[in-house]
Ligand binder design. Structure first.
Ligand SMILES: [Cu+2]
Length: 309
């Protein structure tokens, strides 16, 4: 397993290239090779969660450095070969108070900002639109309830995209790595036929429920996950700052196809969203107005009656 100098340089360069590529792909919220940290996400909630995670991380680093530092200094400086003799005292009230009170203070220091973030996340008032999300075995239902003051009747089901579905079949012989979206990103089991389209810079309230078993709606870039429980309505909200495609998955083991019900959120600027929503609304309400099928079945009826007589 000896690496020659040139081979070593090649490996090093490849590693550096991968790191640079990761930086270039920072805009993507999909996990990247060699990614070591969480993605900060695209909402204030997700950035708050990221900041809390970093706060806890640095506190852990500081504690680790102090504890292991003290341990290694003691082991090195006071080692037996240097003639160190162990102390004989066993209790020290002052030290015990310090190592009890200090962790309590650290925990309070971490819990205080975390509670603020949780309270903010639960505050669904003053939302500008409402979307109802329903978990089914094994797909997601979306209902656009309102946007601003206007009620909407847009409803659709989002399920695993055809490419992933074909590829996942037993003995399909298809290559999962070949399932890609328009940007060339591998989206095997991460793409749906109808993404949830949402406007950016808009406070969107979600009411989330389940139709059969417990599911959980989770898009990491938005910063939270919410259980979809039959008979219960959970509500939460988001406000996406950047247009883009954000992917997630059902995060509650919900049956044999649990791994095949991804979530895709497509965030677009409000003007684009308005046009899309109006188009969907027109399509949703259109069939009722012309009542085309109603005229067809009535026509044969008079013929049928005399024939019978
Ligand atoms: Cu599920």
């Amino acid at each position: 397993m000896k690496l020659s100098k040139s081979k070593f340089a090649q490996v090093l360069l490849a590693g550096m290239a991968a790191t640079i590529a990761q930086g270039a792909l920072a805009a993507s919220t999909l996990p990247q090779r060699w990614q070591l940290n969480m993605h900060p996400g695209v909402t204030q909630t997700s950035r708050d969660a990221y900041d809390l995670h970093m706060l806890a991380f640095w506190i852990c680093c500081a504690i680790g450095a102090i504890v292991f530092g003290a341990m290694f200094i003691a082991m090195f400086r006071d080692r037996k070969s240097k003639g160190a003799v162990a102390a004989t005292w066993s209790h020290n009230t002052k030290a015990e108070i310090v190592w009890t009170v200090l962790p309590i203070l650290i925990l309070i220091g971490m819990a205080y900002p975390a509670t603020g973030v949780l309270i903010n996340e639960a505050y669904t008032n003053e939302s500008q639109m409402t979307v109802k999300i329903t978990g089914y075995q094994w797909k997601w239902g979306y209902d656009y309830v309102n946007w601003g003051d206007k009620a909407y009747h847009v409803h659709f089901i989002a399920k695993l995209d055809a490419d992933s579905d074909k590829t996942r079949q037993l003995k399909s012989g298809l290559d999962p790595m070949a399932v890609k979206d328009a940007s060339g990103e591998n989206t095997y089991l991460l793409n749906v036929d109808h993404p949830l389209v949402l406007p950016t810079n808009t406070k969107v309230r979600f009411v989330i429920t389940g139709d059969d078993v417990i599911h959980s709606w989770w898009v990491p870039a938005l910063g939270w996950k919410a259980d979809a429980i039959p008979g219960i309505i959970n509500d939460t909200w988001t406000n996406i700052s950047e247009p883009g495609i954000y992917r997630g998955q059902c995060a509650e083991l919900c049956g044999q196809d649990h791994g095949f019900m991804p979530i895709v959120v497509k965030a677009v600027p409000p003007e684009e969203f308005k046009a899309w929503l109006e188009q969907q609304e027109a399509a949703a309400t259109a069939p009722a107005t012309p009542a085309a099928p109603a005229t067809a079945p009535t026509a044969p009826a008079p013929d049928a009656a005399p024939a019978k007589a």
